[in-house]
Design a binder for this molecule. Sequence first.
Ligand code: HEM
Length: 530
Amino acid sequence: METQVDTLWVLALASKCKAFSSPNTLFLFAFICMAWLALALFYWAYPGGPAWGKYWSKISNKTKAKKIPGPRGFPVLGSVNLMANLAHHKLAAAAELLGAKRLMAYSLGETRFILTCNPDVAKEILNSSVFADRPVKESAYSLMFNRAIGFAPYGVYWRTLRRIAATHLFCPKQINASESQRFEIAAQMVSKIACRPGREFSVRQILKRASLNNMMCSVFGRNYQLEPSSSESNVLGQLVKEGYELLGKLNMSDHLPWLAGLDLQKIRFRCSKLTPKVNQFVNRIIQEHRAQTGQRNHDFVDVLLSLQGPDKLSDQDMVAVLWEMIFRGTDTVAVLIEWILARMVLHPHIQLKVHEELDRVVGRSQPLKESDIQSMVYLPAVVKEVLRLHPPGPLLSWARLSVTDTTVDGYDVPAGTTAMVNMWAITRDPQLWTDPLEFMPERFVCKDGTDVEFSVLGSDLRLAPFGSGRRTCPGKALGLTTVTFWVATLLHEFEWVQSDHNPVDLSEVLKLSCEMANPLTVKVEPRRRS
Ligand code: HEM
């Protein structure tokens, strides 16, 4: 209190004296601007740009540590140009240009980044306990994701959620229990598509709706038809779409804290409108489950309500976890299937090989069962090859944050640095893959027709589309099972043909996932004999 009065007194006196008279004020203002500009240029001159410069200039007297190479970007702003639009392409090109594929430093405002395009360094980062945290993102916090698995800070709460996910939500028993639901939704997609033989149509909406209904069934126990669409799934679809847009945006408030108050991109404003709607929607479903008597579905709400002791979650935390599941599980699956179908249309000789395998393993007169997939080699190879060329998260979606000072690839990396892995660049590296741009599922099949032992689940960082280490995707088994079974069904039932007017365009757009920029338009011909 005393200090405040002191300060006011000094200011009042200063305002009376000449120091604040007009020419002096201008001079002072110009001097401050020049000093600020000189400092900004000084920080910017360091490899990696302003945020790295700020760090190095503070510690350079104490250490002679070698600096990570990287672009300087713009003064103050850093490499914003690299993060706009197709960031994975631009970052890969910058790393190549600077000879920094193993490790590159760059800045985004005041945030220090490191990025690797190398599988060994990726392993070092993703499997290190130092990088088990996520950077704080304002939109993620506003949308409650800090109380869900994806953005919960590394610690007891996050570990509890991961344990619940592994033992209850994504355990093999729970995944097998939802087999009939995947079968039912696949059948609905088939009958919707079957009404359009020889006619051109876009598959995206069908896939997104099927994927949303699938998650609504797993998470909330709701069974909806694709046609007519229910008003409840329409509402949820809109909430997910808005959340996706907000979380996928590069929010400069996260990187320039002095701008945060202005909310220039209106992200905080839009989050504040969305969160109460999500709360209301999910809370209502939780209360309905509580009131329910008799037989239970064993959906995710039931599982969370049955938890006791230290695992028991508050209603607010349950809302966050359930909302994240719907959110994460919907688009990733639909986006990946659209890429797979696009590749099938573009490479009819490969589609023919899948059809031959389906005819051999299942037979044209039989419907496909999930257990048939275990006897297939070529179709899983096709899925892996699409994950290689079109990983839904080319920068592994959500970055990691170092919690303490550490070293990566021999370089010092301070606490509070955001780390990214450019999986897209790794999976297209000619030093790791022969003819990397060729679509060749055969690379995952042995000469004798058995599959090449190659796990895409995170042990081999040459292809780890679900991430790796402590924060690897907990839904990977469920995601892969759904994608593989639905693609197999759609190919078993139809031959997929290029549209006459809208040929397949493999251009990408990077949102939270990397989607086809122009939705896939196709024609189908039925091929099953019942
Ligand atoms: C094709 C499907 C999918 C892909 C490609 C995918 C990819 C990813 C990736 C790359 C990460 C970051 C991993 C890391 O930091 O190492 C991630 C995290 C996550 N995924 Fe998935 N995912 C898919 C499906 C799903 C599904 C179906 C769910 C749940 C229903 C899910 C839930 C999550 C969650 C909760 C996290 C955060 C994990 C944590 O921070 O501890 N994902 N996913």
